[in-house]
Design a binder for this molecule. Structure first.
Ligand code: NOJ
Length: 945
């Protein structure tokens, strides 16, 4: 077993390690709790439909919100047991006759967003305030609140008494409805009243209120020798959410599974765990499992032909388990009766602690839902240009000589790369911010040498701090009380790479501020302005903790239990690091921080990768739905370790991984220290050529990628998209996660098996698609069985689009800045096409003040026009570029025209046949306008003659 290195450790740690390692050799499901071993989960799962007896009373408008109370309709007589409980009645809060009314608040926000909050009433002195997660919702969102003035009340036919609906107008043609008895919240279309999304339609709602511990109460939980003291007892929440008119549900990363989430319960399912959201360092994770991995985003989207797309987000960072309920799961027990032709997907959400703070997004399109979601959790950060290029990583590049060697080999083999990464071994004894001075005696010089070629470096900085009194970070952190505490109030001490370690309390803004300062050039000795950061192990990973993480009863600032913030710990750590880099650069250098753990909102702080995958074809396959699922939930900058972290990929797998990975938003090769070296030149000339070509492909498309990152930065729409995001009405696309879109113009089909000769490629929509290597046109709306070559994975440009490229190969993206552009115009059946180009300085925050070029290229009626789409006032004074367009390629033009006229200068240029790709195998087969030399910053038009 190879995951850990043992040198320099104390004997004690060594003994521990042997024991630990003996128990781990591949994914060990016994290491982790399943739903049955998790009382709140098994309780919630065993509840029957309609067991919620709550009704809404005292409904009124207060402070612009609809407020009310939830009370039990029929309080059960004292001592009566809940017939649905699993026998553990002591743990069942909601059946406590002393249940207090819960407070309910419904707010409406612009753009058709409904927010529902349910909490205990603080004025009734609960034993503790339930935790609400700070700094996830962006302040701008709160300004979008619509101040509700009134509600209307509708009687339900045939009902009496409480049975009425309270209705408020949500905007955009939707209404929010609170049904009083039984309690239910839903959104419906104003016209026609069709339901869109609803909560508690099946009566599975349960809210365990905090109680004062009575004699005899035993709230402890034990798992594999770890005791969770659970001083506040049961406090879980569960409820059902129904997505009406939905064919599939998606989202709730991070799981290694299909994009369209398979049902976990229902008549046709033998047994499945629910989808778990609990950030964990899972060793050798499986490629198909509902098990929770490193990050958690409790945001689910639904999509279907009937309604389009909707979304549901539960802002809560405690452990969550989510069931997708297959049709017929309730076997007629549910009270929700709908016309049989209306499709619906029901889900059950179960959380260990916290409050209900939930958001309903009405869409109706997929891009609307992601926009609505990021309006709550924040726009994705705009990366620097270098970060969108290729990254070379390995655990570990041993020393400076190794770094120089790898760096020079890239040049020798004419392969571009932008960033070289250093893993944990570069430090002095896993003390972050230090260098092993034997291996890395001159870190500044090393970084500067690479920077001279336009390259950057990244070092790893993890959240576990070595408990070593001579280590300044530890000294300061312990003196200042910056560590998370254990249940007894002492600094929590767990094991990680350095041995005995403590963990910074990143929930505290003061600790984050202090941490951020550690990244200044003065404090981080040996760092330079070309050094960026990698945050790993921030779930947090604790080798000797329960489920390899921190105990749930550990304590954060304000007495917050770790169980309440667990899934957001890595998020706060990422936040602190990104703010450190922003401070370091005095606000002039966009941070680059890669994080393994993530939560809702992580898109504001940097990139995420899918952790320790394996060099197997099935891991290559699952990387696509994993990255797509992150993209749908805000994390638009993500990728998987190219080549697979564990194991040694066959050259063919490695090549295929490069070919696919070149389309991941985050494109990085990485490998475990026990794997054989696998830099692209180590597998013979042919394979080197193939990998070089894949990497070149990415560099060629950088202008297109960068434009997409900007789109994501302003709208939340991901760079890498499921087909149904671009073709929402095409049912054949809803469940396809072997192919994906990069932006709206490129469709990529992965090749996921050895020696594949053919691939079935479904090309959606009514327009044609052009093979990006040969220019051959294929009909849309059908599946093609295509020959697959070893040269590339199939990729197509959609007819009707224009892609900007840079075709000159350099050592790094920095060196391409002044290079001219190529435009590839793929004409649709009406002989038109459109595309965009966004350019800024690739580095600073000046783009936020308008320092950028944003053009739209439109081809119609035989004329190509470049229009400024930057906001009014951006007249090019803040940022300009001398770059010109050196080539325009026309695909699908019906004849061979004699030339083209550049209208402003009245200059005529020739049309000729040229190659589609700069060094492609293809002959000179596509119509090309060479050297039109119009500037990308100008307005111009070119007419085909
Ligand atoms: C675990 C990470 O997932 C992996 O990428 C890294 O190489 C090791 N930790 C060592 O830092």
């Amino acid at each position: 077993m190879t995951y850990f290195k043992t040198h320099n450790f104390s004997v004690l740690f060594f003994v521990f390690l042997i024991l630990f390692l003996a128990s781990v050799s591949a994914w060990k499901k016994d290491e982790f709790r399943n739903c049955n071993q998790t009382p709140f989960c098994s309780r919630a799962r065993s509840r029957k439909p309609n067991s919620c007896s709550l009704i809404a009373v005292d409904v009124s408008i207060f402070d612009g919100d609809l407020v009310g109370k939830l009370v039990p309709k029929n309080t059960p007589p004292k001592g009566e047991q809940n017939p649905d409980s699993n026998g553990d009645d002591s743990d069942h809060g909601s059946q406590d006759p002393a249940s207090n009314p819960l407070l309910l608040r419904i707010s409406a926000y612009q753009d058709g967003i409904l927010r529902l909050k349910i909490d205990e009433d603080p004025s009734l002195n609960p034993p503790k305030r339930r935790f609400e997660l700070p700094s996830v919702i962006v302040p701008e969102f709160l300004e979008k609140k619509l101040w509700l003035q009134r509600f209307s009340e509708e009687k339900i036919d045939g009902d009496s008494g409480f049975s009425s609906l309270v209705v408020v107008y949500l905007g955009n043609g939707y209404e929010a409805v609170l049904r009083k008895d039984p309690f239910e919240v839903f959104v419906r279309e104003k016209n026609g009243g069709k339901r869109v999304i609803s909560l508690n339609s099946h009566g599975l709602f349960d809210f365990e209120q905090l109680r004062v511990k009575k004699e005899g109460d035993n709230w402890e939980e034990n798992f594999r020798g770890h005791t969770d003291t659970r001083p506040y007892g049961p406090q879980s929440i569960s409820f059902d959410v129904s997505f009406h008119g939905a064919d599939y549900v998606y989202g709730i990363p991070e799981h290694a599974t299909s994009l369209a989430l398979k049902p976990t319960r229902g008549p046709e399912i033998d047994f499945s765990e629910p989808y778990r959201l609990f950030n964990l360092d899972v060793f050798e994770y499986l490629h198909e499992s509902p098990f929770g991995l490193y990050g958690s985003i409790p945001f689910m989207l639904s999509h279907g032909k009937e309604h389009g797309t909707t979304g549901f987000f539960w802002l809560n960072a405690a452990e969550m388990q989510i069931d997708v309920l297959g049709a017929g799961w309730d076997a007629g027990e549910s009270r929700l009766s709908l016309p049989s032709d209306q499709k619906r997907i029901d889900t059950l959400w179960m959380g260990e602690a916290g409050v209900i703070d939930a958001f309903f997004f009405v869409g109706p399109g997929p891009k609307d839902v992601v926009r609505q979601y990021v309006s709550v959790t924040g726009m994705p950060a705009m990366p620097q240009l270098f970060a969108t290029a290729y990254h070379q990583c390995r655990w570990n590049y041993r020393d400076e000589e190794d770094v120089y060697h790898v760096d020079s080999k890239f040049d020798e083999h004419d392969i571009p790369y932008d960033v070289l990464w250093l893993d944990i071994e570069h430090t002095d004894g896993k003390k972050y911010f230090t260098w092993d001075r034997v291996l890395f005696p001159n870190p500044e010089e090393m970084q500067n040498k690479l920077a001279a070629k336009g390259r950057r470096m990244v070092t790893i900085v993890d959240p576990h701090i070595k408990r070593d009194d001579s280590y300044y970070i530890h000294k300061e952190a312990s003196d200042k009380g910056h560590y998370v505490k254990d249940a007894s109030g002492k600094d929590y001490d767990g094991w990680c790479w350095p041995g005995s370690s403590s963990y910074l309390d990143m929930l505290s803004p003061e600790v984050r501020e202090w941490w951020a300062d550690k990244f200044s050039y003065k404090n981080y000795v040996g760092s330079t302005s070309s050094l960026y950061i990698w945050n790993d192990m921030n779930e947090p990973s604790v080798f000797n903790g329960p489920e390899v993480t921190m105990p749930r009863d550990a304590l954060h600032i304000g007495g917050v239990e770790h169980r309440e913030i667990h899934n957001a710990y890595g998020y706060y750590f990422h936040m602190g690091t990104a703010s450190g880099l922003e401070k370091r650069g005095e606000g002039k250098d966009r941070p680059f921080v890669l994080s393994r753990a993530f939560f809702a909102g992580s898109q504001r702080y940097g990139a995420i990768w899918t952790g320790d995958n394996t060099a197997e074809w099935e891991h290559l396959r699952v990387s696509v739905p994993m990255v797509l699922s992150m993209g749908l939930t805000g994390i638009i900058f993500s990728g998987a370790d190219v080549g697979g972290f564990f194991g040694n990929p066959e050259p063919e797998l490695l090549v295929r991984w490069y070919q696919l990975g070149a389309y991941y938003p985050f494109f990085r090769a990485h490998a475990h220290h026990d794997t054989k070296r696998r830099e692209p030149w180590l597998f013979g000339e042919r394979n080197t050529a193939l990998m070089r070509d894949a990497i070149h492909n990415r560099y060629m498309l950088l202008p297109y990628f960068y434009t997409l990152f900007r789109e994501a930065n302003t709208t939340g729409v991901p760079v890498m998209r499921p087909l149904w995001m671009e073709f929402p009405a095409d049912e054949a696309a809803f469940n396809n996660d072997e192919a994906f879109m990069v932006g709206n113009s490129i469709l990529v089909q992965g090749v996921y098996s050895e020696r594949a000769k053919h691939a079935s490629v479904y090309l959606p929509g009514g327009q044609s698609w052009y093979d990006m290597r040969s220019g051959t046109a294929y009909k849309g709306g059908m599946t093609h069985k295509l020959e697959v070559s070893e040269e590339s994975v199939p990729a197509f440009q959609k007819a009707g689009t224009i892609i900007p490229r840079k075709d000159r190969y350099r050592r790094s993206s920095t060196q391409m800045v002044h290079d001219p552009y190529t435009l590839v115009i793929a004409l649709n059946s009406s002989q038109s096409a459109e595309g965009e180009l966004y350019v800024d300085d690739g580095k600073s925050f000046e783009f936020q003040r308008g320092a950028f070029i944003h053009r739209r290229f439109i081809f119609s009626n035989g004329k190509l026009t470049s229009l400024n789409v930057a906001p009014v006032g951006n007249d090019g004074r803040l940022f300009t570029s001398d770059c010109v367009i050196e080539r325009i390629i026309l695909l699908g033009y019906p004849s061979r025209p004699k030339g083209a006229l550049i209208e402003a200068s009245n200059k005529e240029v020739e049309m000729e046949m040229g190659p589609l790709r700069p060094k492609g195998s293809g002959a000179a087969s596509v119509l090309t306008i060479r050297k039109p030399n119009v500037r990308i910053s100008d307005d111009w038009s070119i007419r085909i003659l």
